[in-house]
Design a protein around this ligand. Structure first.
Ligand code: UDP
Ligand code: MG
Length: 329
């Protein structure tokens, strides 16, 4: 699906994928900071180093799309796709991977929390032969304390439950070689937890550290409800341990119950019938009821995901293309 570069245009080495949702104020500062860096890389690596920026307008309701179109008119290497509605950042990244041409691809947030200065170091590692160079947040001081704690807890839980370990505190900001992009493009699932998919691919990986700074303009689009959904998606898509663990919990409870029953029978034989026992009844009923509801809920999470997968709906719907993004969707 990769097309030959048009005459006079350098082959595209680096593609940036930038998902945007209501970011009208963030786009200009993004160019001010990123364009000189891209041109610097071009000077450093020679004119054969072409780049492109692909914006994915994820159902913005402000002037984001107009900003992208204006930028494209100034520089045709800036292209865009506009979704028919908000499909979420994971869907936007998927669309990005489907529509870039570069040999190296880097998803990046528009709010400059992923410092573009790191791109140079990423490219150097890539030239050394690494296929995935992920950025690791050296400090997350820019995030609030509860967000840091929950993120920490999440990475631990995910990596404990799942075989595809995701690097801790690595966001979506990472360089992916074309080989890796082509593998991820083939993964058919609707549930796009990108960090999990990136980890599943494997390949030669290395890290570069960076400081994640505060968002300069606009506000975060992720509240805790959204982060919770993302966390549940991540774990259920990468691990079946939460499904299987209930058989063991059930077995443990059954074994304990047998011993307790033996004890009750023995006590009744030795000491006669004891009218009390309301407490132990209630404990058993409530505890078992709770465990059953919990395990049903876990089953529901997975069954719901099977339903979503079985519907085979597209991951995103493109309403408008700005410039000529690669791919045929
Ligand atoms: N974003 C998106 N779709 C959404 C939510 C966010 O494309 O539904 C984009 C957003 O415009 C930004 C990036 O994803 O470029 C990261 O979002 P944000 O900075 O709000 O997340 P945080 O840094 O707080 O995790
Ligand atoms: Mg941000």
């Amino acid at each position: 699906m990769t097309e030959a570069p048009t005459p006079g245009e350098a082959a595209i080495t680096l593609s940036l994928i930038v998902p945007v949702k209501d970011e009208e104020e963030a786009i200009r500062p993004f160019f001010t900071r990123v364009l000189p860096i891209l041109e610097g890389l071009r000077t450093q690596h020679g004119p054969g180093f072409g780049w492109e920026i692909l914006f994915i307008d994820d159902g913005s309701s402000d002037a984001t799309l107009a900003e992208i179109i204006a930028a494209h008119n100034r520089d045709p290497r800036i292209r865009g796709l506009s979704f028919s509605r908000n499909f979420g950042k994971e869907a936007a990244l998927t669309a990005g991977l489907d529509h870039v041409r570069g040999q190296a691809v880097v998803p990046m947030d528009v709010d400059l929390q992923d410092p573009p200065e790191v791109l140079g170091a990423m490219i150097d590692k890539w030239r050394e032969g690494y296929d995935v160079v992920y950025g690791v947040r050296a400090n997350r001081m820019s995030d609030s304390l509860p967000k840091r704690l929950t993120a920490d807890l999440y990475y631990r839980a995910h990596n404990w439950l799942s075989d595809d370990k995701i690097p801790e505190h690595a966001g979506d900001f990472r360089l992916l070689d074309r080989k890796v992009v082509d593998v991820i493009k083939q993964l058919p699932e609707r549930n796009r937890f990108m960090k999990g998919l990136f980890a599943w691919g494997g390949f030669r990986q290395t890290a570069v550290e960076y400081d994640r700074t505060e968002r300069k303009v606009g506000t975060t689009k992720f509240n805790y409800v959204r982060l919770w959904k993302l966390a549940v998606d991540g774990i259920t898509s990468a691990s079946t341990v939460p499904l299987r663990v209930w058989s063991y919990v059930g077995a443990m409870i059954a074994i304990v119950a047998i011993f307790y029953a033996l004890y009750l029978v023995g006590r009744t034989i030795l000491f006669g019938i004891d009218v009390a026992g309301y407490a132990s009844m209630m404990v058993a009923v409530l505890f078992l009821g709770g465990v059953q509801l919990l395990s049903l809920g876990v089953l529901g999470e997975y069954v719901g995901r099977i339903l979503v997968e079985a519907k085979h709906r597209p991951i995103y719907v493109v309403r408008q293309r700005i410039g000529d993004p690669a791919g045929d969707a």
